[in-house]
Design a protein around this ligand. Sequence first.
Ligand code: SF4
Length: 370
Amino acid sequence: MPMAGIYGPKDLGGSLAVHPAQPAPQSRQQQAHGREFAMPSLEWTPEVERATAHLYERVKNVISPVEWPLMAPYIKAINELKVTRNAVILAHNYQTPEIFHCVADIAGDSLQLAIEATKVKSDIIIQCGVHFMAETSKILNPNKTVLIPDSRAGCSLAASITGADVRLLRERFPGVPVVAYVNTSADVKAEVDICCTSSNAVQVVESLNVPTVIFLPDQYLARYVASQTKVKIIAWKGACEVHERFTGDELRAYREADPSVQIIAHPECPPDVLAEADFTGSTAHMINWVRNKHPKRVVMITECSMADNVQAELPDVEMVRPCNLCPHMKRITLAKILDSLVYLREEVVIDPVIAEKARRSVERMINLKN
Ligand code: SF4
């Protein structure tokens, strides 16, 4: 079904809302969890080497022996301190291999992390991802301390729209339900009817049993959903700055260089990119596709670190890596994760009224999944 329209702030008469490039810094909460811990030693010693040898086995295909002595002391310190702190580390698929494979307790896409966040028993959640993901964890765990190692880790999609914009859209299209991709702030989630991820977007849209929905903020995911359903889609002019950079020409060049190569793409990519791909799916669906099909060579058209993480798991699959990095995801580093554990920073705080309304939208999606 072709899209029924696409809107941005200027099309709504100009929202007065501020579109922050980055989320605001949050406060600390050392008092709630006792004293600050001393920074552990970060020397590369035989003991560190022994204690982390099993972890290096997981990543040796993607992290060189020269790099490992710089990472291993942080990894050992983080893994010890998270036990002392009763903390759990959640990591998105776009985190680098030393985080994804060596310190994360739970790793996955936005939907997996959102669901797992509801089952967490630890006092502290450390979100290795971007700010909207940490907010989602806080929304689902209002009584826990949620920390993000760098609160400047934003997202071009989340920054493209505010709660005020959603209210203007509702005025323009009265009675039309609003579906928000999880890549939105708590403020936006509080104004919509239900959330979705790229894994379940079509299912969520169709679950509403209406002829038309407003789908925001990713215009390309909206186009992809429109191509998969008979429901009319009114979209927002947001885009992921990482996936938007891929082009159809780039994919054709990969195929011309090797006609046997498999190309799989994320639905946040523009339509001419998806038209060239052998498979389109969310990060979780892309990973499962590679695990199940086990292609000889594959190009993953998504954020670069995911190919490294899959390569670590499947060394015999050759990854062709178009390296589009997400600068926001890359703000999360081992050093900042350790700082988070030592100093309990940076805490994610959400107005309880907004959090309560946002929770309804996220839980409606999760309940649909279950
Ligand atoms: S990859 Fe794109 S959608 Fe994901 S956090 Fe980065 S900017 Fe946002």
